[in-house]
Design a protein around this ligand. Structure first.
Ligand code: FES
Ligand SMILES: [Fe+2]
Length: 370
């Protein structure tokens, strides 16, 4: 029996710890310089050592809270600008307290600046944000990440890689449900070269549960968009398939395959603070690598989309200021419901220590018009 009245739902704006997050584009982080970044309301200082190895520290000196990005960095140790304490940038361990006299035996190496596991992957510096540190942080080494930072899937040796970013004044939850929302397309992403709002028609897509998320099963992309028609022609492939996955906390991967050509993207919506997020799209492809202008054209098209979403969310933030009740309707908002259910199930599993109970029992077909 279908629900007649949509349920009222409010996102909880909880930011999930215990995951990797994209902090900064790798090409913006140069050796022996310091950069500020914020993830989940945590101030960070990010940099690269002399050898190019990235690091991430809490942007706060464990002595008296001076922001460490104001200090001096020689490519190895970071010296706080207030009293000159020095820290190893990779593990945060204190190396020197200049005010100590020879007979004062304070155990300097027991002191740590907050430090985070940090990796460079597909053009971004990723930082692992652990669950809130136990009391006594400041005297504890960092929590190591249980796994490597997420990676883009690639299907051949040679490919191009590009990224796009946009900051949005809404919570990560709104950013994420906006990203997986099929119904806004005809209204937000209109353009003569893409599709018109009159091309709206009924669609049916199959979804299935995957660990920590869900998948829109491999399907032939919507035939009403010009770029896909072009792609089919170019790739000379009978079939083009698209697979879209969403996995907690914020990862959306899209893979398009047409014969020996492929396009792969990993989009993340990163919590900067409770009411502020950033969308980063990183794409890799082996299509059109030799055709002049096409990569820049593709970037232009993507940038247009992201800008349309950003602008929409900026406007939405106006409305959200007054804490309205929100609705999620079937079937168009079902992915958003799954997202909230996954998040709740994840938190519940963490609380109880039991295995996470996936909100989907099996494959589901959703229908909507877009
Ligand atoms: S505040 Fe950093 S050394 Fe004192
Ligand atoms: Fe969109």
């Amino acid at each position: 029996m279908p629900e007649l009245l949509p349920q009222r739902q409010n996102p909880d704006s909880l930011m999930l710890t215990g995951f990797w997050y994209r902090a900064l584009p790798a090409d913006q982080v140069h050796r022996t310089s310091l950069y500020k970044a914020t993830l989940l309301d945590i101030p960070l200082v990010i940099g690269r050592d002399r050898l190019g190895q990235p690091f991430a520290l809490r942007d706060s000196c464990p002595h008296r809270g001076m922001p460490l990005h104001c200090g001096r960095f020689d490519g190895e140790n970071l010296e706080c600008g207030y009293h000159g304490w020095q820290f190893d940038v990779h593990d945060g361990q204190c190396e020197l307290i200049p005010s100590l006299t020879a007979d004062q035996n304070l155990k300097v190496d027991r002191i740590y600046a907050g430090s985070y596991a940090c990796e460079e992957q597909d053009g971004f510096i990723w930082v692992f944000i652990p669950d809130p540190a136990p009391p006594g942080a400041g005297f504890a080494p960092r929590t190591e990440a249980p796994d490597a930072a997420p990676q883009l899937e690639k299907f051949s040796e040679n490919y191009k890689l590009a990224y796009l970013q946009a900051e949005m004044p809404v919570s990560t939850d709104h950013g994420i449900i906006g990203l997986m929302d099929p119904a806004h397309g005809p209204f937000v992403h209109q353009a003569w070269w893409w599709r018109s709002r009159h091309s709206i028609h009924e669609k049916q897509k199959n979804f299935e549960p995957i660990p920590n998320g869900f998948r829109m099963s491999a399907h032939t992309p919507s035939s009403n968009s010009a770029p896909y028609k072009l792609l089919r022609l170019y790739a000379d492939a009978d079939s083009i398939t698209t697979t879209i996955d969403f996995v907690l906390p914020n990862l959306r991967t899209e893979t398009i395959r047409a014969g020996r050509y492929w396009f792969s993207s990993l989009t993340t919506v990163t919590p900067i603070s409770r009411n502020h997020c950033r969308i980063d799209v990183v794409a890799a492809w082996n299509l059109f690598r030799w055709v002049p202008f096409v990569p820049s054209l593709m970037k232009f098209v993507f940038a247009k989309f992201v800008e349309q979403d950003r602008r929409t969310m900026e406007l939405q933030a106006e409305g959200l200021k007054h804490n309205p009740h929100l609705m999620l309707i079937d079937d168009a908002d079902r992915p958003a419901k799954w997202y909230f259910q996954l998040k709740a199930a994840h938190l519940e599993a963490k609380r109880t220590g039991a295995q996470m109970k996936h909100p989907m029992q099996g494959p589901v077909t959703l229908k909507w018009r877009s």
